[in-house]
Design a protein. Sequence first.
Length: 283
Amino acid sequence: MRVIRKNSIMQKVADRLREEGKSIGFVPTLGALHQGHLSLMERARRENDILIISIFINPTQFGPGEDYKRYPRPFEKDKLLARREGVDIIFYPSVSEMYGKGYSTYVEVEKFSKSLCGLFRPGHFRGVASVVCKLFNIVKPNVAYFGQKDYQQLKIIKRMVEDLNMEVEIRECAIVREPDGLAISSRNSYLSSQERKEALSLYKALKCVKSLIKVGSSISDVVSEMEKIIQRESHAKIDYIEIVDPLTLEDVKTIRPGKKVLVALAVWIGNTRLIDNMLVRRM
Ligand code: AMP
């Protein structure tokens, strides 16, 4: 396994691999690798000749006052996990390598960036789209893997790839959860043991509304039931609970029989912002 820190070297290596006819599978991450990341890597390993991951905590996707500085950076442990997963190359650039002097270009995906997390984290998706665009130009993957855990991000990346005619295929991977249902996230490491218990309320709320939606409850009943479950926890503060069309991310007013919706939420547990979602079909 190789660690590459320079854009120009990564590009040369990618060019050579492509000339040899190898397919490059790519998993971009912020590091602090966990089972969610590993599931993407496992699939990418299976489906490609070469597996490249990136570890880059991208400053442009963090807002002022967010957790950029305290985001975990266990690079040695990440290396071990990546090696075990059969990763061929970790692309691990520095901030100055990615954003050189005079850097000034950003990608804005207008359609999906303004709702849900976009309302609460202005500039976040602009940072994400820009860095993923750069990473695609540097790593030159044939296929890139993204988790449904960040459903809005996935939609934005797919839109960008289509709109900008990028020659990379995006594959979606299911959310990986802890045995009790909590969606795995690098940010779960911020939680105290009490907060960890409270964090389970996101999953409890999703599971509960799944049965409500299936039998045709109204949107307002569904949302208020979720609010009830989450507000029981003393450290919880809801940013949003939304029921949206999974294709457009627009609000759904009524859920017709047979219709699939995305239930998405963002909740602070103490100082940790957690997101989760579930696709649910009404019977
Ligand atoms: P991150 O390092 O948080 O930016 O995540 C890198 C990739 O892993 C993104 O495509 C995420 O959607 C995906 N991911 C993170 N957590 C999970 C999870 N619990 N299940 C599935 N995919 C995940």
